[in-house]
Design a protein around this ligand. Structure first.
Ligand SMILES: [Fe+2]
Ligand SMILES: [Fe+2]
Length: 194
């Protein structure tokens, strides 16, 4: 949202990022389902997704949202509490993501990590993140589309430095290849690395 190369309508760009994040979380969900089937999940893929969300979403998407939420709270004071909670959730997501990244890195490094603990951490991350995105999609984006001015959107775009292009973001490229292979579909390039 609001970065260079985004669609003219910032809401479209915002939704596209959510769709991309949701797809990545769904891939992790699929890996978690393998645990229930007694199979070993692809921890490397899970780490790629969590690392990407730490490096892109936590650094670019959420800081811009924080600005959007501040502006929206000014225009719609009755939304102040729900917006404050969403800003808090950004901090929780960043913290949970970092913990999860450490767990997954430890597993891949061969450390003995209780698998049950990791399973719980992953499952909670997925639910928390999924609910966060759903709340924004349902309650915030429609109001932002109505209430935010072009000046507000400019401030939102300046809320984080321009993200590197997908082609320059190694993680995004690796994820694209893996998603394509796992889902058997052609990657479109939508929603990544912005
Ligand atoms: Fe958010
Ligand atoms: Fe979001």
């Amino acid at each position: 949202m609001g970065g260079s190369g985004n669609p003219a309508n910032p809401i479209d760009g915002w939704r596209a990022e959510h769709a991309w994040f949701s797809r990545l979380l769904e891939l992790v969900r699929g890996q978690l389902d393998l645990v229930h089937a007694g199979e070993r999940p692809d921890y490397e893929l899970m780490l790629d997704v969590v690392a990407y969300l730490r490096e892109y979403s936590d650094r670019f998407h959420h800081p811009r949202e924080d600005v959007a939420f501040e502006r929206l709270a000014e225009r719609c004071p009755e939304m102040d509490l729900v917006l404050a909670r969403l800003r808090q959730e950004h901090r929780v997501i960043a913290h949970a993501g970092e913990t999860l990244r450490e767990h997954l890195e430890a597993i891949l490094a061969g450390a003995i990590v209780p698998r049950g603990e990791v399973e719980v951490a992953v499952a909670m991350y997925l639910v928390y993140y999924g609910n966060h995105i759903a709340k924004e999609e349902e309650d915030i984006l429609p109001r932002a589309a109505q209430a935010l001015t072009p000046q507000d959107w400019e401030a939102v775009g300046a809320g984080a430095p321009a993200a590197p292009a997908a082609s320059e973001l190694a993680l995004a490229g690796r994820l694209e290849e893996r998603c394509r292979a796992l889902l058997g579909e052609a990657a479109t390039g939508a929603g990544r690395g912005r």
